[in-house]
Structures are given as structure tokens and as C-alpha cells.
Ligand binder design. Structure first.
Ligand code: HEM
Length: 493
């Protein structure tokens, strides 16, 4: 018995040594930091085990930031993350700028997006920037072009913003559920603009809860790990069975497609993005599951992102009353006591609000943007080999005092003089040709909602002692305030 235990222990030790040597062999030319106790083999093993269970975005980001503090001084370091192969971690805005449009960096990280790809099927989750991606992206661009946002979608933004203000003011005097209200109103906007559907189903509390859960699941399984194959059927099951409201929404959407197919009116370009995608899909005899995956991605990218950012912005306004007053003052200078709706010209005058939005995104925008090197990239004398995951560690850059002075202070005015360094360091809507096609849509929508909110009400925290410094942050697909304060609203007179 004793001998068996000794043999087993020796076998485990040997296996680990072989594994350690294999890892060291793989990264020996890239690593910039020494291994544990000066032994690279032990160091690689240590890192491999340490990162083995790091399957959430948040844990990965926090670990990356801690390593970057020690090794990120030159703007780049290499790191072996278990499950993700070798990663080149970029910690300087200058390198983000140089790399973003590099022709060998167009593709998304296979390691990360493989998981999304199984659950979704639009341009967002496409891993390769191939012809199929180009076509899907073209469909998005046609539907999200500036002129369309300014004309077709504008009134929906206005009407739903009014609804949001009404809902907030109608909340109980003790507490307003800002997250639920912001999210359902944004989902309503997404449903109307992207899908062409009017439905109160989005106001069902289940829907907000479900999307919050989906966000957590996706942020847990974005690594290329076998677990995704277990999670994926469960995720589909959750969506299919327990989310009655989502299923009702799907039925509503499919009925609309049938109607459109029967009537066959007008050119395809005039349709909403959903109809456009769905009709093309039906004509190609695609399966309902794939169509649903596409729809699901559209709802997540157009609705969930903006909903999350907007909820967090309401928390910032509530805990920073001076900033809220300054933002309101700007509204007053533009509108005075006139209750008219904003126009595009008015929105262009809202410079402080723009800066507030940028500063909010510094705290709750994406923590990482990850791509793949499709061929060797040589930059500043360093070669990033083909197949490396290139991680723009934005969470680190956005809080590096070298680029963002007093980074922990919420200061919209840091964007008064927006240099390339701030723009690239921030990269809230991504970088390069795979950047976000919804940036203009999201910016106009958020500006209208915030403008209406600021003009009609004051946001406050229920706990008067809650300070901005008490906020903690967590990284999901975007960032989030982990401990949001309870809010109250007061009508502005
Ligand atoms: C405040 C809101 C939003 C933020 C912060 C945001 C952020 C991002 C980021 C960081 C990326 C990855 C870019 C990269 O890899 O370089 C992205 C991609 C994408 N976003 Fe957004 N987004 C927002 C709103 C939207 C909206 C409203 C839509 C659609 C209406 C949208 C559709 C997409 C799509 C389709 C992609 C994938 C692009 C591709 O790979 O071709 N996003 N977004």
C-alpha cells in the first residue's frame, strides 16, 4: 500500500515536471519575468495552476492588473494563462494605438470568443474576420448608419426617455429601482428600433433578472474550456423554458417575420436590423435555432450594453451631487425653462454631458479588449508570434496615473483636452476594424435619456453616508458597480 502511494506521488511529480518543462519550452523566448525561486519551470507550473480556475472575466482582469503592476512598465508583457495559450498583455495606450489597426490583428481572440460563438451568431461572436463576418457587419452598418439613427430611431429614444422619467418619478418615495427601470426602458428601445416591435413584455421584471444572469454566465464561461459545452445546452434550456417572457418575445418576432414575408413590401434596407437579418435567414432556409442565436446576440449587444452603462451612470450622478448639478446647469443653459425635446444640435452642445459619459465609461466600460495575432507582429523591436492572444488591458491603462492623472477621482474634465493617449487608453467601444458598430447609436441614446433625466429629476442616495469612494467594481462583458447604492428621486421644479 505504502509503495503504491509513493509510486503515485512520484508519477504525479514526474507528470508535473514534464508539464512544467513543456510550458517553459513554449514560452521561454517570450516571458519577461522570472519563475518562482528563479526556476522558470516551477514558475510556469505555478502560473498554470494559479490561473487554472480563473474562469471569470473579473478574476482574469484582477489577476492581469496585479501582474501588470509588476511587469507592465514597458507597455507589453507576455503571460501564459491556462486555457488561453500565450497572451501578449498591452498596458500602454501608445501600443494600443499602434496595434489596433495592424493588419495581422483583425481577428477576435479564439480563446475567448469560442464560448460566445456557441451561444450567439452575429458579427460580435464571429472569431474570424472572414467574408461571412464582413457580410454580417455590413448588415449592421447599414442599419446603424448616422442618418438612420438621427431620423428613424430618434423619436423612439425621446418617447422612451419620457417613459423612464415617468417611471422613476412614480416610484415609491423610499427607494427607486434604477437598474430595473433603466434596463427595461433600454430593452424597450432596442426592441422598437432594432426589432421594430412594440411590446410591454420587456417591462416584466423576469427579463431584467434573466439578462443579469446571462451576463454572469457569459462572463464565467468565456474561456476556451470544455465547460462551455456543458454550459451551452443549459443556457439554451434556461432561455427556452424558464424565461417565459423571452419565449413570448421570440414568438412575437417570428410572427412579424411571417407577416413581412407575406407582404414583401419595400426594399430590404428600409427594414429594421432584425427583419433584415431574419428575412435573409428565412430565404436561405436557416434553422430557427440559428436565427434565435442571431436575435439573441442582437438583443445583448444593443440592449444589455447600454442598459448596464446607463444604470451605472445613474449611480454616479446620485453619489456625485456636484457633478449632477454641473450637468444639469449645462441643460439649463441650453433649454432654460422650455420643456421642448432635444434636437441633434442641442445634443452637440452638451459637452459636459459627453465628458461625464466618457468618465463613467472609464470606470464601467470594457476592462479588456482581446484579439488574436493572425501572423507575426513586430512592434517596437518585440515580436508577437502568430496565434498569440493580444489583450488590451484597459482596466490597467485607464487607472495608470501616467496617463490618467489622479485616476481614482471621477473627473469628467480630464477629457477637456482629449489626446490620442486618452482616446486609445479608454477605447470604450473597442479598437480597430472590429470596433463597435453601435457607438453612435449608444451615444445618442444615452445623451437623450440623460438629458431628459437631468432636466426632470434629482437623483440621491438613500444612505447619505454612501460616497463615491465606497463603490466597488466588477468586470463582466462591460464593467459594473458591484455594490450599487439605493437611490431616491426628487422632481426638479
Ligand atoms: C455603451 C454601449 C456600448 C459599449 C460600451 C460597447 C462596447 C463594445 C466593445 C468594447 C466591443 C468590442 C470591440 C473590439 O473588439 O474592438 C463591441 C463590439 C460590438 N458591439 Fe458594442 N458597445 C455598446 C453598444 C452597442 C450597441 C448599441 C450595439 C448595436 C446596436 C453594439 C453592437 C456591437 C457589435 C455587433 C459588436 C461586434 C463588432 C464586430 O466584431 O464586428 N454595441 N462593443
Amino acid at each position: 500500500m505504502m509503495a503504491m502511494i509513493v509510486y503515485a506521488a512520484l508519477a504525479i511529480l514526474m507528470a508535473n515536471l514534464v508539464f512544467g518543462v513543456f510550458l517553459w519550452f513554449k514560452v521561454r523566448k517570450l516571458y519577461c519575468y522570472p519563475g518562482v525561486l528563479g526556476f522558470p519551470v516551477i514558475g510556469n507550473l505555478y502560473n498554470a495552476y494559479k490561473t487554472l480556475l480563473m474562469i471569470t472575466v473579473d478574476r482574469g482582469v484582477k489577476y492581469g492588473v496585479a501582474v501588470a503592476e509588476e511587469h507592465g512598465k514597458d507597455g507589453i508583457f507576455f503571460h501564459w494563462l491556462c486555457g488561453s495559450n500565450v497572451a501578449a498583455v498591452i498596458t500602454s495606450p501608445h501600443l494600443v494605438k499602434k496595434l489596433s489597426f495592424h493588419p495581422n490583428l483583425a481577428d477576435k481572440s479564439y480563446a475567448i470568443y469560442n464560448a460566445f460563438k456557441i451561444c450567439m451568431d452575429g458579427p460580435f461572436s464571429d472569431i474570424c474576420s472572414d467574408d461571412e463576418w464582413k457580410q454580417k457587419r455590413k448588415d449592421y452598418n447599414i442599419n446603424l448608419k448616422k442618418s438612420r439613427v438621427d431620423s428613424d430611431y430618434f423619436n423612439t429614444f425621446i418617447k422612451r426617455s419620457d417613459k423612464m422619467v415617468e417611471k422613476m418619478l412614480a416610484s415609491s418615495s423610499s427607494h427607486v429601482d434604477a437598474h430595473a427601470i433603466c434596463s427595461s426602458v433600454v430593452y424597450d428601445i432596442s426592441l422598437k428600433t432594432m426589432f421594430g416591435i412594440d411590446s410591454d413584455l420587456v417591462y416584466h421584471p423576469d427579463l431584467v433578472r434573466v439578462y443579469d444572469r446571462i451576463k454572469v454566465i457569459l462572463a464565467t464561461v468565456v474561456s476556451d474550456i470544455p465547460m462551455i459545452h456543458v454550459i451551452q445546452p443549459i443556457l439554451h434550456r434556461i432561455i427556452d423554458v424558464s424565461i417565459g417572457k423571452l419565449v413570448e418575445l421570440r414568438k412575437l418576432g417570428l410572427a412579424e417575420i411571417d407577416n413581412k414575408l407575406k407582404s414583401n413590401e419595400g426594399p430590404l434596407q428600409d427594414l429594421t436590423l432584425f427583419m433584415y437579418m431574419a428575412l435573409k435567414h428565412k430565404k436561405d432556409n436557416g434553422s430557427e435555432r440559428i436565427l434565435f442565436n442571431k436575435i439573441h446576440e442582437l438583443f445583448l449587444t444593443s440592449g444589455h450594453t447600454v442598459a448596464s452603462v446607463l444604470s451605472n451612470m445613474t449611480y454616479f450622478l446620485a453619489v456625485l451631487p456636484d457633478i449632477q448639478e454641473r450637468a444639469w446647469q449645462e441643460q439649463y443653459e441650453i433649454f432654460g425653462n422650455d420643456v421642448r425635446d432635444p434636437t441633434i444640435a442641442d445634443l452637440n452642445q452638451m459637452k459636459y454631458l459627453s465628458r461625464f459619459m466618457k468618465e463613467s465609461l472609464r470606470f464601467v466600460g470594457p476592462s479588456v479588449v482581446v484579439k488574436s495575432a493572425t501572423a507575426d507582429i513586430t512592434i517596437d523591436g518585440i515580436t508577437i508570434p502568430r496565434g498569440t492572444q493580444v489583450v488590451f488591458l484597459l482596466r490597467y491603462i485607464k487607472f495608470d496615473p501616467k496617463y490618467f492623472k489622479n485616476p481614482n477621482i471621477f473627473d469628467p474634465d480630464r477629457f477637456l483636452d482629449e489626446s490620442d493617449v486618452l482616446k486609445c487608453g479608454q477605447s470604450s467601444f473597442g479598437a480597430g476594424i472590429r470596433n463597435c458598430p453601435g457607438e453612435y447609436f449608444a451615444t445618442i441614446l444615452l445623451k437623450i435619456v440623460l438629458s431628459k433625466m437631468l432636466r426632470s429629476l434629482k437623483l440621491k442616495t438613500v444612505d447619505k453616508n454612501f460616497r463615491f469612494e465606497d463603490m466597488k467594481y466588477k468586470s463582466y462583458i462591460l464593467g459594473d458597480v458591484e455594490n450599487p447604492p439605493k437611490l431616491q428621486v426628487e422632481k426638479r421644479t
